[in-house]
Write a protein that binds this ligand. Structure first.
Ligand SMILES: Cc1cc2nc3c(=O)[nH]c(=O)nc-3n(C[C@H](O)[C@H](O)[C@H](O)COP(=O)(O)OP(=O)(O)OC[C@H]3O[C@@H](n4cnc5c(N)ncnc54)[C@H](O)[C@@H]3O)c2cc1C
Length: 456
């Protein structure tokens, strides 16, 4: 008797969930259908929407509602708290599935090679983001002793970090932040936040809306130095050919010419300052040294030899995320991605049978949630072509119960989609008690308890 196409998706962030959606909307979903199991290392799904998107972005967090509708479908099962590499590896999955899609995203900070990186007070943005977003695997406290702070990078993550550091704890209280984060932020001493970009306003990677939002807080005075507004022929072309770049540049220009107001927390956006060293004393950050740069005509910059040391006591590096290498899969260290062609994993110039990638592990850590949808569609289209052409491997145990028996046999305490409903209800109940929509449960044990099936 024909059986459904069995697909495993590793990583239940937006890319993995959109891949599941694309599979279920495809022709293959008709009789005998497709059956999908999502494996996720966290007890809860949704990836960086839950553990990356800033808590004061409820509209973006709301994308979870749309993703719910996908995960509600009966052809999809969720196995949360299952780590690929520890609990399952490729050979295990090959025994149960016709195809495996990896969508494990990116979690770590990309390295920045300047002296002083290891000083006390030098932090990776990803770690700070994980802390304020209540990730279970990071410490519960965060040192927020510095009055003057530098943030390196001019992308949206740098903006998130700078904004969270510059807002007051009470401004963030209506969001889903857990109690330990509220307490931590209440002790935050930061009065000045300095964001540094190596290049100019036309090269900043901010989204126009995220940038403008900085100015909406009654506590944040955004300051741009008029001397940092500069364009060469390359920059002018960048502005002409990309509306978003032009909008960002216009916003920065407006801020550069206005009078500085008296909101209590000053947030400086500096351009043409290339970080060269984090300066330390007794093992602690006491400054940041930068070299002034100038445009070279093409939109790139060159150093001028003029150095400044900025008085800061903490430095956050928001210079990009990096994916983890996955056991049994090829990995390109330079780009931090799994090599692929159209989502088919490529090893030694050949397509690895039945093995696919999508999302940030495929493309690298750039682009918004919506961008992962098109990516997933392409990967799934190629997977289905391989299916039609008979190129997929045949699993030894395709029946749905086999993987359940395997996980139970290994003693893996996995969570389910029904478990997410229970965790979701528990977090909403915690919020309701305080007149908030949700309060996140942080500890893995607490998440597992809230997700577990009620006994008796
Ligand atoms: C700080 C930050 C803020 C952002 N803010 C916004 C925003 O406001 N708006 C917006 O549109 N985009 C935002 N983005 C971008 C957005 O988060 C990404 O585009 C999107 O999450 C990428 O999706 P993904 O599914 O590829 O990866 P992820 O979202 O990272 O999902 C990958 C999933 O795989 C799981 N996983 C990883 N390794 C394993 C393993 N070994 N075994 C099992 N599971 C594993 C992870 O736990 C995770 O759930 C932000 C990104 C960051 C870093």
């Amino acid at each position: 008797m024909p059986r459904p196409l069995r697909v495993a998706i590793v990583g239940a962030g937006p890319a993995g969930i959109y891949a599941a959606d694309a599979l279920l909307k495809s022709e293959a979903a008709a009789d005998p259908g497709v059956s999908i199991d999502l494996f996720e290392r966290m007890p809860a799904p949704f990836g960086l929407i839950r553990y990356g998107v800033a808590p004061d972005h409820p509209r973006i967090k709301g994308i979870i509602t749309a993703l719910h509708q996908v995960l509600d479908k009966p052809q999809i099962r969720l196995f949360g708290n299952v780590d690929y590499g520890t609990d399952v590896v490729l050979d295990d999955l090959r025994a149960f599935y016709d195809a495996v899609i990896f969508s494990t995203g990116a979690t770590a900070d990309r390295a920045l090679d300047i002296p002083g990186i290891d000083l006390d007070g030098s932090y990776g943005a990803a770690d700070f983001v994980s802390w304020y977003d209540g990730h279970p695997d990071v410490p519960r406290t965060w040192p927020l002793e510095a009055e003057k702070v530098a943030v390196l990078g001019v992308g949206n993550v740098a903006l998130d970090v700078a904004r969270i550091l510059a807002k007051t704890a009470d401004e963030l209280l209506p969001t889903e932040i857990p109690p330990n984060v509220y307490e931590g932020l209440k002790a935050n001493k930061a009065l000045e936040i300095h964001v540094f970009g190596r290049r100019g306003p036309a090269q900043a990677k901010f989204s126009p809306m995220e940038l403008r939002e900085l100015d909406h807080s009654p506590n944040i005075e955004v300051i741009v130095n008029p001397e940092d507004i500069d364009y060469d022929a390359g920059s002018i072309e960048q502005r002409r050919s990309n509306k978003q770049v032009d909008m960002v540049a216009k916003t920065l220009e407006n801020w550069a010419i206005r009078d500085v107001g008296n909101r209590p927390h000053k947030l400086f956006l500096h351009f043409f300052e290339s970080p060269t060293e984090i300066v330390g004393e007794d093992g602690k950050v006491v400054g940041l040294r930068t070299e002034r740069t100038e445009l070279d005509g093409s939109g790139n910059v060159k150093g001028t030899g003029a150095f400044t040391t900025w008085d800061v006591q903490a430095v956050y590096r928001a210079v990009g995320y990096l994916s983890d290498e996955l056991p049994k899969l090829p990995f390109d260290l330079a780009s931090g991605t799994v090599p692929d062609e159209g989502g088919r994993v490529v090893e030694g110039g050949e397509h690895m049978a039945s093995t696919y990638v999508t999302g940030w592990i495929r493309r690298g850590p750039v682009g918004l949630i919506g961008h992962t949808k098109g990516d997933a569609n392409e990967t799934v289209a190629n997977l289905l072509e391989d299916h039609r052409e008979g190129r997929l491997l045949t699993p030894a145990s395709p029946e749905e119960d086999a993987v359940v028996a395997f996980l139970r046999g290994k003693g893996v305490e996995y969570t389910t989609w029904e478990g997410w409903y229970r965790l979701d209800a528990a977090e909403r109940a915690l919020g309701e008690a305080e007149g908030r929509e949700r309060v996140k449960i942080v500890e893995r044990e607490g998440m597992l308890r809230a997700s577990a099936e009620p006994q008796g």
